[in-house]
Ligand binder design. Structure first.
Ligand SMILES: Cc1cc2nc3c(=O)[nH]c(=O)nc-3n(C[C@H](O)[C@H](O)[C@H](O)COP(=O)(O)OP(=O)(O)OC[C@H]3O[C@@H](n4cnc5c(N)ncnc54)[C@H](O)[C@@H]3O)c2cc1C
Length: 481
């Protein structure tokens, strides 16, 4: 089976492209025939243009585009999406404040009144609505867990508000932007608007097309541990999905008639050898997964994939593989282990697998065959082993990581980690402290809200900050030109 590697840009190219997209409208404005205004007006234009590009680009960094996430991974994609939102909003707020002009310190009320009048001016209503929507989106996303809102409702609301922000921002720019009356700038904004909205709509169109192309149906469904289900999907059309072991897809399975809306991400827990049958391992976690065990055999489902880059491909230069899985983080690992076994992997493979208790560990009937075929050493942990002598006490500790590296040169080992946030951070930092190079440590978090505090996350954050600094520099240079 050939692997499916679509064209996808590396991180540095994406960063350059992002910077170029912010720079382009600033350059078009700077070289236009429009005479520059005073320093405040130019600062407002610089911040407004940079902030608007960032706002619009938020639509494509929302994790559904393979061209973005295939190389840099879903964690980094979503991390950037969340990181960039407050910066875009701050630039939009700066745009408003600069437009209102300098604060009169001797009479601050006068400045506030001027700001209030400006916000109420009928001609600026679109911009104010865009800013209001964007302002409301940030706390909604940050405090989502605390709101009495199902995730599906949050996502629908988030998407509708995002489209609103894009629509009102564009209308505001095209009708009020001092530089947007010139044709090159107009063309840029219309093209950028279409460039971010159309791919979003295409995602749902692809879902619909895939529904008929593959015709996925529930072929098998059985419990494989406490509150953990094995769901096997079969392609009704006989067409195979091409993917790489460890990737994930978006499963939509609730509605009978339109099984494409409200999808959830799940790793493919089988090898790519037969892409007409996909195994998923699904842990009961909430509304959707809690009902997974009631799916009738034969039910038609939507599956949009493959996505993500959590694969062993990054570790081709490593001489040995260490895999650390926590809870349902075993799902992509199982697919990777099966794939390695089928390819006759000769490098040493070590697995640390931790669960809450013995009953929560995946059925050995699934895990043992690839481990045996690979001659892999497995360290099985449970927070509560309850008398099972083959299990060690969790959580994953430095001692377990050292044991997994026994007899190996850590500097030549590659690591794959998937599990709860705390475990992922501890395992990634622990392995790095024991000598595994950061570049050879890869992980995927199943929860975008988990705190990303590992050393590698900080390295990625530094790169985000560089992009943010570049955007600010561009806006400042435009203002001071
Ligand atoms: C890349 C990736 C791969 C995953 N692979 C697996 C897997 O193989 N097996 C498995 O059991 N779980 C996996 N998950 C987690 C799984 O997607 C969530 O547990 C599931 O969506 C929860 O939905 P729910 O309605 O049952 O629970 P809810 O109570 O609605 O959600 C619980 C939490 O799951 C997250 N979540 C819910 N819906 C979505 C969504 N549509 N998109 C993103 N996050 C969502 C949210 O953080 C939410 O707070 C994966 C997640 C990601 C991001």
């Amino acid at each position: 089976m050939s692997t499916n590697r679509p064209f996808a840009l590396p991180g540095w190219a994406l960063a350059l492209f992002y910077g170029a997209l912010v720079a382009l409208p600033l350059v078009l404005a700077a070289i236009s025939d429009v005479p520059p205004g005073n320093a405040w007006q130019e600062a407002a234009a610089g911040a407004g243009i940079a902030g608007a590009v960032m706002m619009l680009l938020q639509l494509v960094s929302s994790g559904r585009f393979r061209i973005l996430s295939e190389r840099i991974g879903i964690d980094t994609t979503m991390g950037f999406h969340r990181w960039a939102a407050p910066l875009a909003l701050a630039l939009a707020a700066l745009h408003v404040l600069a437009l209102a002009g300098p604060i009169d310190l001797s009479d601050p009320m006068r400045s506030l009144t001027r700001l209030w009048r400006m916000l109420n001016a009928p001609g600026l209503r679109d911009g104010v609505i865009a800013l209001g929507l964007a302002l409301a989106m940030v706390p909604l996303a940050i405090w989502r867990e605390r709101l009495p809102l199902p995730y599906e409702a949050f996502r629908a609301l988030h998407a509708a508000m995002a489209l609103g922000v894009v629509g009102f921002t564009l209308k505001h720019i095209l009708e009020r932007g001092s530089y947007a009356f010139e044709t090159p700038s107009r063309v840029f904004w219309i093209a950028l608007g279409a460039g971010v909205v159309l791919p979003m709509l295409a995602v749902y169109l692809r879902h619909l097309v895939d529904l008929y192309r593959y015709g996925w149906r529930v072929a098998e469904l059985r419990p494989r541990a406490t509150r953990l289900w094995e769901l096997v999907l079969e392609s009704g059309s006989g067409q195979a999905l091409r993917f790489r072991a460890g990737q994930f897809g978006w499963l939509a399975a609730v509605q009978k008639r339109w099984p494409i809306w409200f999808d959830h991400p799940f790793s493919i827990a089988s090898s790519p050898r037969d892409g007409r049958r996909l195994r998923l391992l699904i842990a009961e976690a909430g509304d959707f997964t809690g009902k997974i065990g009631t799916l009738p055999i034969g039910r038609r489902v939507g599956f949009d994939g493959p996505h993500g880059n959590f694969t062993a491909d990054h570790l081709q230069g490593a001489e040995a593989l260490v895999m650390v899985a926590g809870g349902v983080g075993i799902a992509p690992m199982l697919g990777i282990l099966e794939d390695l076994a089928e390819r006759g992997e000769k490098r040493p493979v070590r697995l640390i697998y931790a669960a809450r208790n013995a009953e929560a560990l995946l059925d050995p009937a699934l895990l043992d065959p690839p481990l045996k075929a690979l001659g892999a050493r497995a360290i099985m942990l449970a927070d509560n082993p309850a008398g099972r002598e083959d299990l060690r006490h969790g959580p994953v500790s430095e001692a377990h990581l050292s044991e997994a590296l026994e007899g190996l040169d850590p500097a030549r080992c590659g690591a794959l980690i998937c599990g709860p946030g705390g475990m992922t951070t501890a395992a990634a930092d622990g392995l790095h402290a024991l000598g595994v190079p950061l570049d050879l440590i890869h992980y995927e978090r199943f929860d975008y809200d988990e705190k990303a505090g590992a050393q590698k996350d900080r390295q990625i954050l530094r790169r985000f900050r560089l992009i943010g600094a570049a955007v600010l520099v561009l806006a400042v240079v435009f203002t001071l030109r």
